[in-house]
Design a protein around this ligand. Sequence first.
Ligand code: ZN
Length: 145
Amino acid sequence: MLTCSKVYKDIPFAHRQPLHKGHCSKIHGHNWSIIIEFEAKELDANGFVVDFGNLKYIKAFIDEHLDHACLFSKEDSQVQDLSQSEFKDLFKILWVDNASCEGIAQFLFETFSQLVKEKEAGRVSIRSLKLYEDEKNFVSYAPKS
Ligand SMILES: [Zn+2]
């Protein structure tokens, strides 16, 4: 099985962990990086696993939904209140099941897998996704392994 990987670096967005007892409960940002590992049973006519030039839909998703956004857990009642308040325009909110690095990695894996499936007609899939909060901390999600 051949794989190839694409790196998206320095994507600024915020999150918080409402149940955390420490500073992770505060809304804070990182310059995140995403590494997507693609796999294909057969290469395309160019001999590629995936044509990096054809991945503009992933960059478009990042620009539209992640860049300068706040990722919050759907169960975060304080942020739900905030999103209904007079301050709602201060935030570009993306709701996820769990706004931990682990939860965001899983969300991105599933979101990008669906996009890749649609755009690549099922020939290509995502094998793993790594999500870096910073240079020192990252999560890897690979549900099939
Ligand atoms: Zn954080």
